[in-house]
Design a protein around this ligand. Structure first.
Ligand SMILES: [Zn+2]
Length: 280
């Protein structure tokens, strides 16, 4: 069995997830660009600030035109956050379906892409919410629970972050992630709301963290959906059956990197291109 590696044979991935379609996402996206970091913004499409209104208060959102202009300009992923940001666990099935389906459809029309990701409003989820997301074609959904570790998710529809940016151990976790060698693929997943930096006047927290985490050639900087769908593509690889044949076929549209790691000794990384069969 071959083990997954990230693109270009890397073993570490870093991604971010920020909620509510906030005006301060602009400042975060500028920082992310500066340090080569990619991420995802979760938007409730019924809650844009009215066009032409002032940016004021503690939690200002983007207007629709500001959001479309800026999320597109910075090339981030836009994902579902519930049409009206209602708690998914408090809704009946029809309301739940509408919160997900209408938000997804609005975002697709507004941003011109096929939306497959989500984050739970208030982080609240239950089995009915997970099933409604699955029925609406959503591939992953983030909670507000954090794990303070780097293991790949066991369940992408009950996705836990590594840390919120206010976690007192944030920098310690970042250093562990960067410095520790790893045998298996690892992901550092950061989440928060950019208005929290406005309220606490603590932009230096994220500035110093992204400066530390960014610009490294042994980390894959990716959006949430890029990591989720890369792993799904790895899982879709097909193996030949005879023990001497050792062939692997890639039926997906992504180049997938792998190596042999079964005997405690890591083999050299290699990739299987879309549609290719490789003997190993
Ligand atoms: Zn929210």
């Amino acid at each position: 069995m071959l083990k997954m590696l990230f693109p270009n044979g890397l073993k570490k991935a870093f991604t971010t997830s920020y909620d509510d379609g906030l005006y301060d996402d602009l400042r975060l996206m500028e920082l992310m660009k500066k340090h080569g970091i990619k991420g995802t913004f979760n938007v409730s499409s019924a809650l844009y600030r009215p066009e032409g209104s002032e940016v004021e208060g503690s939690w200002p959102r983007f207007t629709l035109s500001e959001a479309v202009e800026n999320y597109k300009k910075y090339g981030v992923e836009v994902a579902v956050h519930g049409l009206c940001h209602r708690d998914f666990t408090q809704l009946n099935q029809a309301e739940l379906n509408y919160e997900i389906a209408a938000d997804r459809a609005n975002l697709e029309m507004q941003y011109g892409c096929v939306v497959r990701g989500a984050a739970y409003p208030y982080g609240s989820f239950n089995d009915a919410a997970v099933e409604a997301l699955r029925a609406n074609g959503i591939k992953y959904c983030r909670t507000v629970g954090t794990r303070e570790d780097f293991a790949m998710p066991e369940d992408w529809l009950r996705l836990f972050a590594t840390a919120h940016h206010n976690n007192p151990k944030l920098m310690e976790l970042g250093k562990r992630f960067v410095e520790e060698p790893t045998k298996d693929c690892r992901m550092f997943y950061l989440w928060g709301h950019t208005a929290e930096f406005r309220c606490a006047d603590n932009w230096e927290v994220i500035e110093s963290f992204l400066e530390y985490m960014g610009g490294r050639d042994d980390i894959w900087y990716a959006t949430n959906i890029e990591i989720c769908e890369y792993e799904a593509a790895y899982k879709a690889l097909e193996y030949s059956t005879h023990p001497d044949s050792r062939m692997i076929y890639n039926p997906t549209a992504k180049e997938i990197w792998v190596h042999e790691g079964a005997w405690g000794q890591d083999g050299a990384p290699f990739s299987i291109k879309p549609g290719e069969t490789v003997k190993y």
